[in-house]
Design a protein around this ligand. Structure first.
Ligand code: DX5
Ligand code: ZN
Length: 218
């Protein structure tokens, strides 16, 4: 079963609690929260306060994607706010091993994300320690961008790396995922699909999930 993580970046922030509840009722498996600092990526979004508000609105696990420099400074705050998974970017961490273990010491799941131009070899030495590999299939910063086609091959190679090393890390794919390409991405090896604009751009999230399930499972 592929897990579905709607990204609230494309939700109506004025009705955030309701949007998150609707996503839950539609059958989402987790809520993906994009934290951007205007430094690592050219956009500013949300911080721990909003994560806490989302936590109070849903029983679903919170999948917090940190697109910020020096993420180690804020990990404790996001744990307190209710994050269940914290993902940091390999490009933003000088001491990735230390940062991953800082996350895990809290009992929180640790993910590592790679930008489209970052090689899978950059996580070779940390693969055994992490719970999740987040493959960016767009350049991070904004919702609604086009899926970069070469990501399919990268997902495939990531899956092979995980399997050949006997790791338990799940593979999550983020950026440009929609009904039309979901099946191909899953076939390539994705365990979790982040879906922002394609999910929240629909009027009826239940109908979207029904259509997605039809695409994935026939
Ligand atoms: C992009 C974010 C994504 C974004 C995905 O930097 O990490 O999570 O919300 O949005 P879509 O699905 O619209 O590409
Ligand atoms: Zn994201």
């Amino acid at each position: 079963m592929t897990l579905i993580a709607p990204s609230i970046l494309s939700a109506d922030f004025g009705r955030l609690a309701e949007e998150v509840k609707l996503a839950e009722q539609a059958g989402a498996d987790m809520i993906h929260i994009d934290v951007m600092d205007g430094c690592f990526v050219p956009n500013i979004t949300i911080g721990p306060l909003v994560v806490e508000a989302v936590k109070n609105a849903t029983a679903l696990p919170l999948d917090v994607h940190l697109m910020i420099v020096s993420p180690e400074k804020y990990i404790d705050d996001f744990v307190k706010a209710g994050a269940d998974i914290i993902t940091v970017h390999v490009e933003a961490c000088v001491h990735l091993h230390r940062t991953v273990w800082q996350i895990k010491e809290h009992g929180t799941k640790a993910g590592v994300s790679l930008n489209p131009a970052t090689s899978l070899s950059s996580i070779e030495e940390i693969m055994q320690d992490i719970d999740l590999i987040l493959i960016m299939s767009v350049n991070p910063g904004f919702g609604g961008q086009q899926f970069i086609p070469s990501s399919i091959d990268k997902i495939n190679r990531a899956k092979k790396m995980v399997l050949s090393r006997g790791c338990s890390a799940m593979i999550e794919v983020d950026g440009g995922v929609k009904l039309e390409n979901a099946k191909e991405i899953v076939r390539a090896g994705a365990d979790i699909l982040v879906i922002g604009s394609a999910f929240f751009g629909q009027k009826d999230y239940r109908v979207f999930m029904e259509n997605l399930n039809r695409e994935l499972y026939g």
